[in-house]
Design a protein around this ligand. Structure first.
Ligand code: DC
Length: 219
């Protein structure tokens, strides 16, 4: 069977990574979480006490950054395991801020293209279908209503024993969407040839089956 490249883009907390991981497992494909890479840059920015508006310092910071994404899902930044550290709320906000900068995007997009070489990959993010893998054989634009996304994230946090405030989560997601959709460089938008899936009223299994059917059409 042909091993294709699959792009999944969409707004924050739309469940892209959960779906992408399941589809990757079904197909024995490599899953690449591109948001995690922007989160690594944000984490390094916080640790080095650099202001998120300091484009110059952040552009310099990435010169010394080594990001390693392991097949078991762990993520290392300069040999430090940052897998759970990059899920922090401050890092989420920061990731959206550092993703505005050209130098950061160039650095990460190059890495992503290298990792995706040869196919058999599924990448999720904001600009995969529009920039990173313009020639991906299958492009998905995964959305869900803001209420639904906030509620899912809220339940997720409670399940993980974290504190959660639904209204706060909702406004943070909305702020991140606004930022990601309106930035100058590579804003989040649906690629012309992407299939839009609104998962608001769908179960995980339904979304996965729908995408698997689309994959089968292509391979
Ligand atoms: O998918 P995520 O929530 O982990 O992404 C964190 C931030 O990184 C997101 O708010 C915008 C940025 N991002 C991006 O600009 N391009 C990508 N391909 C992936 C993420």
């Amino acid at each position: 069977m042909k091993r294709i490249s699959i792009a999944i883009d969409g707004p924050a907390a739309a469940g892209k990574s959960t779906i992408a991981k399941l589809v990757a497992k079904n197909l024995n494909y490599t899953y690449i979480d591109t948001g995690a890479m922007y989160r690594c840059v944000a984490y390094a920015t916080l640790v080095n006490q650099i202001d998120f508006d300091d484009e110059k310092a952040i552009s310099k910071l990435i010169d010394d950054m080594k990001i390693k994404m392991n097949p078991d899902g762990t993520i290392f930044l300069n040999n430090q395991d940052v897998t759970s550290l990059i899920r922090d709320n401050e890092v989420s906000k920061g990731a959206s801020l550092v993703s505005r900068y050209q130098a950061v995007r160039d650095f990460l997009v190059n890495m992503q293209r290298e990792m995706a070489q040869g196919g058999g990959v599924i990448l999720d993010g904001r600009d995969i279908g529009t920039v990173v893998l313009k020639d991906a054989e299958l492009k998905i634009y995964q959305i869900a209503s803001i209420d639904c996304r906030a509620l899912r994230r809220y339940k997720d946090n409670l399940d993980r024993g974290l504190e959660a405030n639904l209204e706060e989560i909702k406004s943070e997601i909305a702020a991140r969407d606004e930022q990601d959709m309106n930035r100058e460089i590579s804003p989040l938008k649906k690629a012309d040839d992407a299939v839009e899936i609104d998962t608001s009223d769908m179960t995980l299994n339904e979304v996965v089956s729908h995408i698997m059917a689309l994959v089968m059409d292509k391979v």
